[in-house]
Design a protein around this ligand. Structure first.
Ligand SMILES: *[C@@H]1O[C@H](CO)[C@@H](O)[C@H](O)[C@H]1NC(C)=O
Ligand SMILES: *[C@@H]1O[C@H](CO)[C@@H](O)[C@H](O)[C@H]1NC(C)=O
Ligand SMILES: *[C@@H]1O[C@H](CO)[C@@H](O)[C@H](O)[C@H]1NC(C)=O
Ligand SMILES: *[C@@H]1O[C@H](CO)[C@@H](O)[C@H](O)[C@H]1NC(C)=O
Ligand SMILES: *[C@@H]1O[C@H](CO)[C@@H](O)[C@H](O)[C@H]1NC(C)=O
Length: 417
């Protein structure tokens, strides 16, 4: 008798042999603009962390050499590190800096790198992508190179309107928004993704997933309402099963959506004010089972190792900071003063959270990957998982929540047990 379990096992085997889900891959957006001092070993350290959770490659967001003189050197290091790490990379031309008439430069750049062994491919073609840049015409590039062009489209309708010889699209609409940078209340939906699927009409869609968004530069000063986005969005990815996924981001400290380690050798664009001392590493543990599930075509993640990951902002949203030349970020009124806990369990357990001055709260949590939230209290944060009265793991959060501040910080502190 062929049961469901047999079918699942055969599907998994075919998947492992590369026969069923050969094309599926998860990439992470990597800001080359902050790693001008990187060595090949620095690249390899990042790649090892990414590979450890099942990420297949980095989308190398970069400016042209006329803007960042080190771009080509660092692309060379990245391709070398990828080849030596069994990892992949592709170039994501950042059209805040590249222009539509940079065709010759884009061709010579792709000629230089896209046949190297570390190049990520889709359907046999070397992947090339962009940030914005949807009006760039790929026709002359594809006349001389075997490229799979997956530009960022700012609006899915462009998939029906553009005549740029694109092969698919990547979306940057990874946070709740009515389009562009408009801020709306959560939760995240797939309203934009559904339009991409419809209008791409079978062409590959690189669906974005991000854990957070908060930025506090004078030129951009806002949050998106995305407090438990990490698991909500991965559930959407499992439901939609896009051809490709791009995590936004690996190391964009400026927008607070990094999942990398602190990258000791990156340069500081001013984001150290909100990113230093605010680790996000534990979010990689949340992503790992989702990445595996996505690649297996599964509708839910499988937990192999039990754990707990928590995150929260350093202050309640109404606290006024005393020494900040900038106002508080736009959108914060829509945030909730809550702390978030993702449990990864194989069996039912009790989760007890004590958030500062709030009374302890205990909830029963089922197996799988589950996110709960708790009212934020000023003070020490403690987390405990127990089963049948015995504590299985937990401890104190790595940062106290306070009700004073000098400068606004709506980044998340992320830790785990
Ligand atoms: C080709 O790659 C090498 C190694 O990264 C780099 O030094 C060189 O400038 C690149 N040339 C072009 C035209 O991209
Ligand atoms: C390289 O990576 C691929 C895809 O992740 C994997 O199938 C293969 O086994 C790896 N090879 C080595 C030598 O690690
Ligand atoms: C980068 O940082 C690490 C950790 O601090 C250090 O070991 C390494 O030598 C650094 N690399 C360079 C090129 O400075
Ligand atoms: C907190 O959890 C509740 C119950 O699952 C949910 O309805 C609510 O949206 C969550 N709050 C936030 C800010 O995510
Ligand atoms: C959770 O706590 C309740 C109340 O103390 C208890 O009855 C239940 O057995 C606990 N569940 C687990 C899985 O330990």
């Amino acid at each position: 008798m062929i049961g469901l379990r047999t079918i699942a096992a055969v599907t998994l085997l075919l998947g492992k042999l590369g026969l069923v889900y050969a094309q599926k891959a998860v990439y992470a957006h990597f800001m080359v603009g902050i790693v001008q001092d990187y060595s090949v070993d620095d690249w390899k350290a990042d790649m090892a962390d990414a590979k450890a959770i099942g990420i297949d490659g980095f989308a190398l967001n970069c400016a042209p050499p006329r803007v960042d003189s080190y771009t080509l050197t660092q692309l060379g290091f990245a391709y070398q590190a990828a080849a030596e790490s069994n990892f992949t990379v592709f170039i994501s031309f950042d059209f805040s800096y590249w222009q539509n008439d940079d065709t010759d430069l884009i061709i010579t750049t792709l000629q230089n790198y896209s046949s190297l062994p570390g190049q990520a491919k889709y359907n046999g073609g070397a992947i090339a992508s962009t940030f914005i840049g949807e009006y760039f015409d790929w026709t002359p590039v594809k006349a001389v190179l075997d490229i799979t062009a997956l530009p960022n489209m700012e609006d899915p309708i462009q998939a029906t309107e553009l005549h740029t010889d694109f092969d698919g699209a990547f979306s940057w609409l990874a946070w709740p928004t009515d389009g562009g940078n408009s801020i709306i209340p959560g939760p995240m939906t797939t309203v934009w993704d559904d339009k991409f699927f419809e209008w791409l009409d079978g062409k590959p869609y690189m669906m974005p997933v991000s854990p957070w968004f908060s930025t506090h530069f004078d030129s951009k000063n806002w949050v998106f309402i995305c407090e438990q986005l990490i698991t909500d969005r991965w559930e959407e990815i499992l439901a939609e099963q896009p051809q490709l996924v791009e995590i936004i981001s690996w190391n964009d400290f400026g927008e607070s959506h990094y999942i990398s380690g602190p990258e000791p050798n990156h340069t500081d664009d001013g984001s150290s004010e909100w990113a230093v001392g605010m680790p996000h590493d534990a979010w990689r543990r949340v992503m790992q089972p989702y990445i595996a599930a996505y690649k297996a075509g599964a509708s839910a993640p499988t937990v192999d190792a039990e754990g707990l990951v928590y995150w929260y902002r350093p202050t309640p949203k109404d606290v006024k900071c005393t020494n900040d030349p900038l106002p508080a970020p736009n959108g914060i009124d829509l945030l909730t003063d809550a702390i978030f806990v993702t449990t990864m369990l194989t069996e039912l357990a009790n989760l007890t959270v004590t958030s500062g001055s709030q009374a302890p709260v205990t909830v029963s949590v089922g197996p799988g990957v589950v996110t709960n939230n708790f009212t934020m209290g000023v003070g020490t944060q403690t987390f405990a998982l127990s089963r049948n009265g015995v504590k299985i793991l937990g401890g104190q959060g790595g940062l106290e929540i306070v009700d004073t501040c000098e400068t606004y910080n709506f980044n998340a502190y992320v830790g785990g047990f």
